[in-house]
Write a protein that binds this ligand. Structure first.
Ligand SMILES: NC(=O)c1ccc[n+]([C@@H]2O[C@H](COP(=O)([O-])OP(=O)(O)OC[C@H]3O[C@@H](n4cnc5c(N)ncnc54)[C@H](O)[C@@H]3O)[C@@H](O)[C@H]2O)c1
Length: 439
């Protein structure tokens, strides 16, 4: 197999620590799932790293290895989990409370899950308003709290004898904030930590501690974290990959499947109304207008960027797009997302599409967490630093270089992801031109 001279990938030797702020529905479904798969109790459905193949060379070459055989990824048996939460429940108790997985399955992975006890969280009720808990670091400035997280990370590294780590945010969505002067440079940010600047969110303190410890950071929620000049400066300075943000699971996943298809056929759209009911803790936090605003921003940006109304005013200039999320406890994690799409065709004749997606949020999110952990570790071992745009596939609001618009079309994102893997291994990129078959 050809190997890219430019990209040296260090082998995935030893254990990989997975550090998770937020031991809630998504993270416990992910951890319990990994433990279940290890014991042969389930299949990791939804995970590219575990199930997908990658085509290499020409279509006539018949070379389609599994991704996990093509690039050196950490194995599931090498993952060690740890995390922080404002509640003291261990991962087994948290999984039981989340009510995503059945107790018959959870009971079979009780031992490893019960051993995962959340460390004390860095928490600020100004950033997450509907919940509060006792398991919180108390004293000191924001810099002191960052220091405590650095110690937690170091302690975790030693206790579990891990050779590498990845941090992935599975905590609640923080309230909407824009970048402030304190985020402009690393120096500003460190000053702000010492002065307890109110514009520094807990998630940013975790990210700072991760990057300072040489640990890649992935953001599964829509809040402002590593998408600030200060933390990007730190990531680049320390040669560490970062990615985000907001897992692309239920309704937005559907949007990025359907909208590119309609646009590909040059069909017009006058409205897209999306509403959701969900009853888990995430839904409760999103009841707060500040947290909802953060989510709304990432959910709304998708259509505008896919449809490009400025380039196609006849089709999309008057598009009305609304997204609602309603907290409805009886549904728990089994969310229902309705979409009404008003489209128009030839000569402007209107049509409608209705989607009713009875989905399971955490079941859709768990495989994304697994893939992100494994790919971020790969990126780190391949010497890739800063924003990992090739992982846009997993996010509602993909991080990009400043001034670059994000690519939301899921099939372009998938092509980018696979081409990046081909590039890492020195294989030809696949352009789908295919003229050579007809010479
Ligand atoms: N499930 C999905 O499909 C999906 C999709 C996209 C994004 N997300 C995001 O993923 C995140 C997790 O979702 P979930 O359903 O697991 O929510 P959850 O409420 O079940 O879990 C979040 C956990 O984070 C904890 N937490 C909050 N602030 C913290 C802090 N500062 N430090 C440590 N822990 C903290 C909470 O106590 C809670 O246990 C949310 O931000 C959600 O918006 C989920």
């Amino acid at each position: 197999m050809p190997v890219n001279d430019n990209v040296q990938i260090a082998p995935a030797e030893g254990k990989l620590g997975v550090l998770i702020p937020g031991i809630g529905a998504v993270s416990t479904t992910f951890m319990a799932g990994v433990e279940a798969v290890k014991r042969g109790l389930g299949v990791p459905v939804g995970s590219l790293t575990q199930l997908s193949t990658i085509r290499l060379g020409k279509r006539t070459d018949a070379r389609t290895p599994m991704i996990k055989d093509f690039v050196p990824l950490a194995g599931l048996n090498d993952l060690v989990f740890g995390g922080w939460d404002i509640y003291e429940d261990n991962a087994f108790e948290a999984a039981r409370n989340a009510k995503v997985l059945e107790s018959s399955l959870l009971d079979q992975v009780k031992e490893p899950l019960s051993a995962i006890r959340p460390m004390k969280a860095v928490f600020d009720p100004e950033y997450i308003r509907r919940i509060n808990g006792p398991n919180v670091k108390q004293a000191g400035t924001k810099m002191d709290k960052a220091q405590m997280l650095l110690e937690d990370i170091e302690q975790f590294r030693k206790t579990n004898d891990v050779s590498r780590m990845v941090m992935i945010w599975c905590g609640s969505t923080e309230v909407y904030h824009k970048t402030a002067p304190v985020h402009h440079t690393l120096k500003d940010f460190e000053c702000g930590l010492m002065k307890n600047d109110p514009e520094i969110a807990p998630s940013q303190i975790y990210a700072y501690a991760a990057l300072k410890s040489g640990v890649p950071y992935a953001n599964g929620a829509p809040n402002l974290t590593t998408d600030t000049p200060a933390l990007l400066e730190l990531a680049r300075e320390r040669n560490i990959p970062v990615c985000g943000k907001d897992y692309k699971t239920g309704q937005t996943f559907m949007k990025t499947l359907i909208a590119p298809g309609l646009k590909a056929r040059m069909l017009g759209m006058s409205g897209w109304f999306s509403t959701n009911i969900l009853g888990n803790r995430d839904g409760e936090v999103l009841e707060d207008p500040g947290s909802f605003k953060t989510k709304e921003e990432t959910k709304l940006s998708v259509l505008d960027q896919i449809l490009q109304p400025k380039l196609y005013p006849d089709l999309y200039k008057d598009l009305y797009h609304a997204v609602r999320i309603n907290y409805y406890p009886p549904r728990g994690d089994a969310k229902e997302g309705w979409d009404n799409i008003d489209i128009f065709g030839w000569l402007g004749y209107p049509m409608q599409i209705k989607i009713d997606f009875l989905c399971r949020d955490s079941i859709l999110a768990a495989p994304l967490v697994l893939d992100l952990v494994l790919f971020m570790d790969l990126a780190q071992r391949a010497g890739m630093r800063g924003i990992q745009e090739w992982l846009s596939f997993y996010f509602k609001a993909p991080m990009t270089a400043p001034g670059l618009y994000p690519e939301h079309d899921i099939f372009i994102q998938l092509m980018k992801l696979k081409n990046t893997l081909r590039w890492m291994r020195g294989e030809d990129l696949i352009t789908h031109l295919g003229l050579e078959y007809y010479d």
